[in-house]
Design a protein around this ligand. Structure first.
Ligand SMILES: NC(=O)c1ccc[n+]([C@@H]2O[C@H](COP(=O)([O-])OP(=O)(O)OC[C@H]3O[C@@H](n4cnc5c(N)ncnc54)[C@H](OP(=O)(O)O)[C@@H]3O)[C@@H](O)[C@H]2O)c1
Length: 448
């Protein structure tokens, strides 16, 4: 038998197999923690929707997700479930445990007191009061800490929180439904319904996980939407359906006081964002209907979107869905405020010169001025497609030159799927490293 410093070849094969199974086991436990976190989305803001799992002797002994503001964090929920079994256990958690006193005491103290032996953290918390200190404190107490397992998935889970910390505004997803010929409504303004029931169900799942929805007054006048979350029981998240904060952009005060989203029996809250141009009588009527009126700086007669989004960020909204219509979507894109686009495409053709498209406004003069999506993912909902992509801020592409056309990808590569799983990649954070504080961090909070 070949023998070396590191043992026989058989030994090495066995160790490699063990390493492989340890890695797979770690991946699957972090996967459970990520799933716990996702169940809390939109229910924890301004705090991140963290998920945690405690494992001892290969068995889950506690799991948890961060509770609504003022409630315990995911780690504490998991510790409470585990009780004495937490001693010697490994914690898998989607974000670094907190080390500061907010509305709740530091999670690191509770982990140390419970005798947890190891902690696998997906991501360091960029929140300035944590920013590596949680990891330093755990290590100082003799707990083994590894960082990076499931980092890509956790970045996605916490993208709203991270965007707000970095920019002071929520993460913004622009969403619309259009026909194959690029229309979001007919020439008479009718948009019910562009897509199939299963695509619309997906929209309600999205609403269940988002902090706020934005629409323009044009959409309120045309569709009189409810903008609530209506889901079958099996799709509903923790604690029942979550109705996002509805935000209507109405510079001049055209929202009818009897709009359905203002009715007392419509669940959830409505904010009408107007400018000083909206008459006081309109504002009084909206308030009487239970809406909050937010008078925002005007961009002419229109609501200044940067001011509005900064205000929503200060209120602790981590995520926003802009649902249209075309004028609002165009303004959000033009202001550089869109992070992601979700486009449902139905196999229908409407036609007509005046039927609106998804982006109103002036539009680009040349192809170089087009907004581009990257990391594109395509999914099917019955016969409808959902095309999702991140807005590429890398600048305009040089599409206009009459050069040779690049070779086409191999047949079958019509849709490409983003592959994201990086669970298993681990890297250590050196002791004492504190991340630089983020831009805008002074006016945002984690209201623990
Ligand atoms: N298929 C879909 O996904 C979908 C989704 C939503 C809507 N729709 C359709 O879209 C149509 C409505 O779209 P729309 O473009 O007419 O109206 P809109 O985008 O819903 O609302 C535009 C209005 O919002 C107000 N506004 C306030 N601040 C603004 C700002 N910063 N930028 C832009 N507008 C601002 C303006 O009215 P003031 O100047 O009076 O303030 C403006 O006229 C309807 O036919 C509806 O059915 C389709």
């Amino acid at each position: 038998m070949e023998r070396s410093e590191s043992g026989t070849r058989d030994d090495r094969t066995v160790h490699a197999a063990i390493d492989q199974s340890v890695e797979e086991r770690d991946q699957s436990f972090m996967g459970v923690a990520l799933a716990e976190g996702r169940r809390g989305l939109a229910r924890t803001s301004p705090n991140p929707a963290v998920g945690a799992v405690l494992v001892r002797d290969g068995r889950i002994v506690g799991r948890g997700q961060t509770q609504p503001p003022g409630g315990p964090h995911a780690e504490i929920v998991a510790l409470r479930e585990a009780g004495e079994a937490a001693r010697g256990a490994t914690l898998y958690v989607t974000l670094e445990p907190c080390a500061h006193h907010g509305r709740t005491p530091p999670c690191v103290d509770a982990l140390v007191a419970a005798g947890v032996a190891e902690v696998r953290v997906a991501l360091v918390d960029p929140f300035p009061q944590v920013a590596g200190r949680g990891i330093v404190r755990l290590r100082a107490a003799g707990i083994l800490v590894a960082v990076g397992l499931g980092a890509t998935e956790a970045s996605e889970l916490h993208e709203g929180f991270f965007t707000r910390l970095a920019t002071g505004r929520p993460h913004v997803t622009a969403k619309w439904a259009m026909t194959l010929d690029g229309r979001i409504a007919t020439r008479t303004g009718r948009a019910r319904w562009v897509t199939s029931p299963s695509a619309r169900r997906e929209v309600h799942r999205l609403r269940d996980r988002i902090d706020g929805i934005v629409v323009g007054v044009g959409t309120v006048l045309a569709d009189d939407p409810l903008l609530t979350t209506r889901l079958p029981d099996e799709d509903v998240g923790v604690g029942g359906p979550h109705h996002p904060l509805r935000i209507v952009l109405d510079g001049a005060g055209r929202t009818p006081p009897d709009a359905r989203l203002l009715r007392p029996d419509t669940p959830g809250r409505t904010v009408i964002a107007c400018t000083a141009a909206a008459p006081e009588a309109c504002r009084a009527a909206w308030r009487a209907g239970g809406a909050e009126v937010l008078v925002v700086a005007g961009d002419g007669p229109r609501v200044d979107l940067r001011h509005l989004l900064a205000d929503l960020g200060r209120r602790g909204l981590n995520t926003l869905l802009v649902e249209g219509g075309g004028e609002i979507l165009a303004s959000c894109f033009a202001a550089g405020l869109v992070d992601r686009a979700l486009v449902f495409v139905a196999p229908k053709l409407i036609g007509g010169r005046t039927a609106p498209g998804p982006l109103g406004g002036l539009g680009a003069a040349t192809m170089n001025g087009a907004y581009r999506l990257r990391d594109v993912v395509v999914r099917h909902f019955d016969d409808d497609l959902l095309i999702q992509g991140e807005i590429d801020r890398g600048g305009a592409a040089a599409d206009e030159a009459d050069g040779p056309i690049a070779a086409a990808p191999a047949t079958g590569a019509i849709f490409h799927q983003r592959t994201k799983s990086t669970i298993g990649r681990e890297e250590s954070l050196s002791d004492g490293r504190i991340l630089p504080s983020t831009q805008g961090g002074d006016h945002v909070h984690r209201d623990c």
